[in-house]
Design a protein around this ligand. Structure first.
Ligand SMILES: *[C@@H]1O[C@H](CO)[C@@H](O)[C@H](O)[C@H]1NC(C)=O
Ligand SMILES: *[C@@H]1O[C@H](CO)[C@@H](O)[C@H](O)[C@H]1NC(C)=O
Ligand SMILES: *[C@@H]1O[C@H](CO)[C@@H](O)[C@H](O)[C@H]1NC(C)=O
Ligand SMILES: *[C@@H]1O[C@H](CO)[C@@H](O)[C@H](O)[C@H]1NC(C)=O
Ligand SMILES: *[C@@H]1O[C@H](CO)[C@@H](O)[C@H](O)[C@H]1NC(C)=O
Length: 949
């Protein structure tokens, strides 16, 4: 209806304008339009999609007609009125689009292409234009003020510009952000570096017929123009994911036709005008992720049509809007992370279509009432961190669509519903930190989809039902801090998918540790502490190769620790307060072998054993420096040879976890560091391959001979390396098994990686081909994960300082492992890090040339260079300076990919490779502040990979 009247008005204006000035063009008009279109086509380069845009050989310039061309629609007079070319892969800019020759255009739809550059101001000459859609391109710059001339427009869509090249918008469907902090910082990062920017021009209010205005996912800042209150025809206003600030203009509340208002993820503040409650047609209202304060509009569902409502992550206080109670149309509600108060059973009603509700981290009281059982479509129910009491009603467990229940950190009491097992679609059940009592129901095996079960911090008692072994999808299982008793059911060993955590700590469990737990080879954290477990630790647990942390303290365990590095590389006190455990770990006695019962072992151990102390890095490094100095001094004239090694010799300070390998074995395996065994050479020393007589293979890095005046340097570098490496455990970081110092020799014993360095692999024709696109993507991801771990998960963070293709090693599966932390040092957050320049030429961040301040961002730079290198198969060299000198320099895919491989066939690989190119480009920004963090890079790659599956 609105559209009809404005079309007729458009025609009227059209006629007046025509009568006034348009005489001279007359007959040749559509030829002129054709010429204008051809000029644009020519400016775009080769676009196969525009093949039909062609001047036939016999056509002269006055008879040329574009009306049959692809995407072009003409009116009866042969004038071009529509250009519809959505999603056809157009590249190039709008710079040569001669808008002033196409003034008959009513509709211009170029959405979902790869247009870049700015929107020319001459777009304002399309004074008849009704529909303009440039969404999902790579446009940047500001919105031209001349848009104010588009007074006939009813739809203007500029959403999602410039950012889709990096990030897939499907990753951010409203609210589905699993980890808000992570995703929001990513989004903000991307918004700040890309997209349309500037303010939203006040003049936009001239577009009086505007029905849809979409500017979402750009980087507009400043206020929402109050002139929008004049666009009384507005039904959809989408401004989400920008940097808008200030208040919502109250006259938005006068836009009575508004059905969809999205202001999500901006920096808007102040009170939300109560006038929004007047918007009786509203079906979608997104206010989440801003800085709003005060009350929510109480009449938000006055029209009884609200379907999607989010106000999460603000500072709203006061009551839950009264109009929500009878708002039966609700489908999705997100109010989490505010200070809203209310009563769950009084403020909420029955919502037959509700699929998702999150009220977490507010001040909601009351209890879950049985009527939630009538929300038959509910898939996600989160009310964590409130003040709920009461019991969990049986009706809730009959909601068979439920995927997530999170009621953690409330005061819910009573027993778990016996029918819990009926929730066969449930993925997450988090009831942590409540006051639940009684037993864990045996029917728990019905939770056949469950991945995450957290019942910790309750008062559950009785045994752990063995049926839990049937929940085969579990990745995370925490039953810690309850009063569970009985034995640990061996069936838990069947949960081979357990990945993140198995926590049974702080219970009353007794009996032995079942040896079947050894099947949990992917498990990262195991906590059985503070129970009454007895017997010995099954030796088979050494097969739990995924373990990163173990805590068995406060039990009655005895005997030997399993023979595996993880059981030795643990936090101190992980075994404390047991009956009688032994092993080579701080705080435990050494085990005595049968052959050598209570002999001189203890006496010797004072000299022989270097204790692994993970937390006390200071202790370690001091001990080490002292020891090296000591040994060096004592041994400086005593050149050891394989023959001369014996028990009487200087104690062998090998710190070792797997098996009994002695100093002499290393010397023997490398024939006293014969060059024949040398497999590489770095700044701090040569690397040798050492094959032990029992078949184990190690890479041994022998540090340069401790010459008097270099002594300090090498020692420092050595202890740095040990310190850093002993604390690092990650699948993409080379593992350090041990170290040794013996006068002439000081060496580190590493995991041996079969395929050598990435540099070697890429420089080799065959190796390069073997590293196909999939493997290269995985290599880049692996390095990103390793660096993200070092920068963000280690305390204090570790800066590598020498990332290069020589320092990335590959295993037999061609998985990347970052190695050589010789120059790594701890970066204490409060100290400035002025140190000598380290690093490999060609990878060193430019700022290190004039400042010596080292921080994570210099690793990010080196990573960027390395990522290009992995894709291109060689160091990017000049490409880097070229990209740096011009921000708008385009990279052609072919220029950034290795010509030795055939171009990737799958769309997914192309997507991921472009994503890597974009990210690498950001990483090599001259300004360190503009570089993303490694966490951002690693998360983006992860999400991109998941998203394109
Ligand atoms: C087509 O365009 C020409 C020039 O702009 C104009 O003179 C003519 O009236 C137009 N025809 C229609 C039907 O709008
Ligand atoms: C917008 O319209 C005004 C007057 O109507 C005109 O002077 C101006 O040139 C137009 N702007 C553009 C970019 O066409
Ligand atoms: C979410 O991500 C941020 C940043 O990556 C991290 O600090 C935080 O611990 C994560 N939170 C959860 C609950 O995973
Ligand atoms: C996005 O826009 C910015 C300028 O606003 C530009 O520097 C950047 O290269 C653009 N990114 C892409 C991927 O086009
Ligand atoms: C629930 O959704 C269906 C399908 O979308 C719709 O027809 C129905 O009217 C909705 N019910 C309510 C109460 O809104």
């Amino acid at each position: 209806m609105a559209r009809g009247s404005f079309v007729s008005l458009a025609i009227l204006i059209d006629w007046i304008v025509l009568l006034l000035f348009c005489c001279k063009a007359s007959l040749a008009s559509n030829a002129a339009e054709a010429q204008a279109l051809l000029r644009w086509k020519d400016s775009l380069g080769n676009q196969s999609i525009l093949q039909s845009w062609d001047a036939p050989a016999n056509a002269n310039s006055s008879t040329l007609s574009p009306c049959q061309w692809r995407g072009i629609t003409c009116d009866n007079a042969g004038n071009v009125t529509q250009i519809n070319l959505p999603n056809v892969g157009l590249t190039g800019t709008l710079q040569y689009f001669d808008f002033s020759s196409l003034t008959n255009l009513l509709r211009l739809d170029l959405r979902e292409n790869q247009l870049t550059g700015t929107i020319p101001s001459s777009i304002g000459t399309l004074y008849k234009l009704q529909y303009l859609d440039l969404a999902t391109n790579f446009l940047y710059g500001t919105l031209p003020l001349s848009l104010a001339n588009l007074t006939q427009a009813y739809e203007l869509d500029f959403s999602r510009n410039n950012i889709t090249g990096i990030i897939d918008p499907r990753l951010f469907p409203d609210g589905s952000a699993a980890n808000k902090t992570g995703l929001v910082s990513l989004k903000n990062f991307l918004l700040q570096t890309t997209g349309l920017g500037g303010r939203i021009p006040e003049e936009i209010g001239n577009c009086k017929f505007l029905s849809l205005l979409a500017l979402d996912e750009n980087r507009f800042h400043g206020p929402i123009p109050s002139s929008l209150g004049n666009s009384s025809e507005l039904t959809v206003l989408r401004l989400s994911n920008n940097l808008l600030s200030g208040n919502i203009p109250p006259n938005i509340g006068t836009l009575s036709k508004l059905t969809d208002l999205r202001l999500l993820t901006n920096q808007l503040s102040g009170f939300v005008p109560a006038e929004l409650g007047n918007l009786s047609s509203l079906t979608v209202l997104h206010l989440a992720e801003n800085k709003f304060t005060g009350h929510l509009p109480q009449q938000v569902c006055q029209g009884g049509k609200l379907v999607n409502f989010s106000a999460a992550f603000n500072n709203f206080s006061g009551p839950i809007p009264v109009s929500l109670k009878n708002c039966r149309t609700l489908y999705r509600v997100r109010l989490e992370h505010n200070k809203l108060s209310g009563f769950l059973e009084q403020d909420f009603g029955v919502y037959p279509n509700l699929t998702y509700i999150d009220l977490s981290f507010n001040r909601v009281r009351g209890e879950l009432s049985p009527k939630w059982g009538e929300c038959k479509n509910l898939t996600v129910l989160r009310v964590a961190g409130n003040l709920l009491g009461g019991k969990i009603p049986d009706e809730v467990v009959l909601l068979n669509q439920l995927r997530v229940i999170d009621l953690s950190s409330n005061q819910i009491f009573g027993e778990l519903p016996a029918q819990l097992g009926k929730l066969s679609n449930l993925l997450v059940l988090n009831l942590q930190d409540n006051m639940l009592s009684g037993q864990v129901p045996v029917g728990i095996d019905g939770l056949s989809s469950l991945e995450n079960l957290d019942l910790s911090l309750n008062m559950l008692s009785g045994p752990i039902p063995y049926q839990i072994g049937e929940c085969s999808k579990l990745r995370f299982l925490s039953l810690g801090r309850n009063r569970l008793n009985g034995t640990i059911p061996y069936q838990i060993g069947n949960l081979v998918g357990l990945h993140d955590l198995l926590d049974l700590g702080y219970n009353l469990l007794s009996g032995g540790i079942p040896s079947q737990l050894a099947k949990l080879t992917s498990l990262a954290q195991l906590n059985l502490s503070h129970n009454n477990l007895s017997g010995s630790i099954p030796a088979s647990l050494r097969n739990m190769l995924g373990l990163v942390a173990v805590n068995l303290s406060y039990n009655n365990l005895e005997g030997q620790l399993p023979d595996s590095s993880i059981f030795h590389l643990v936090e101190p006190n992980s075994y404390s307060n047991n009956r009688d455990l032994c092993g080579e770990v701080q705080g435990l006695r050494r085990c005595t072998t049968r052959a050598n019962e209570k002999g001189g072992g203890d006496k010797k151990s004072k000299l022989v054993i270097i204790v692994a102390s993970i937390t006390s890095a200071l202790f370690l490094s001091l001990a080490l420096v002292g020891l090296i100095a000591f040994l060096h001094h004592r041994n400086s004239r005593n050149v050891s040879t394989p023959e001369s090694r014996s028990r009487r010799e200087i104690p062998l300070p090998i710190w070792f976890f797997k098996g009994k390998i002695a100093y002499g074995d290393i010397i023997e395996a490398t024939k006293n560091f014969d060059d024949m065994y040398c497999i590489g050479e770095g700044g701090t020393g040569k690397v040798y391959k050492a094959e032990m007589s029992d078949g184990q293979v190690f890479a041994v890095k022998r540090l340069n001979y401790l010459v008097q005046d270099e002594e300090i340097e090498t020692t420092k570098s050595f202890s740095n390396e040990v310190e850093a490496l002993t604390e690092l455990r990650h699948r993409n970081i080379v593992k350090l098994h041990g170290f040794c110092s013996q006068g002439r020799h000081a060496f580190l014993i590493y995991e041996f990686l079969e395929r050598g360095s990435l540099a070697g692999m890429l420089s080799d024709e065959e190796g390069a081909r073997e590293l196909d696109w999939g493997k290269r993507i995985a290599v880049v991801k692996g390095i990103a994960h390793a660096l993200s771990y070092m920068h963000h998960d280690c305390v204090p963070p570790i800066v590598h300082r020498d990332i290069s293709s020589k320092n990335v090693l590959l295993n037999s599966e061609l998985e990347a492992h970052v190695s050589d932390f010789g120059t790594a040092r701890f970066l204490k957050p409060d100290s400035s890090n002025w140190t000598a320049i380290a690093g490999t030429y060609g990878y060193v961040a430019p700022e290190l040339a004039y400042t010596m301040e080292v921080n994570e961002k210099s690793d990010v730079y080196s990573f960027g260079v390395l990522a290009f290198e992995v894709l291109m198969g060689k160091h990017p060299g000049e490409l880097i300076s070229c990209l740096r000198s011009s921000a708008n320099q385009e990279i052609h895919f072919e220029d950034a990919t290795d010509p030795r491989l055939s171009p990737p066939a799958e769309r997914k690989a192309v997507d991921l490779l472009s994503c890597i190119i974009n990210l690498a480009r950001l990483c090599i920004c001259v300004d360190p502040q503009s570089r993303p963090t490694m966490r951002t890079v690693s998360q983006l790659l992860e999400m991109k990979a998941a998203g394109s599956e």
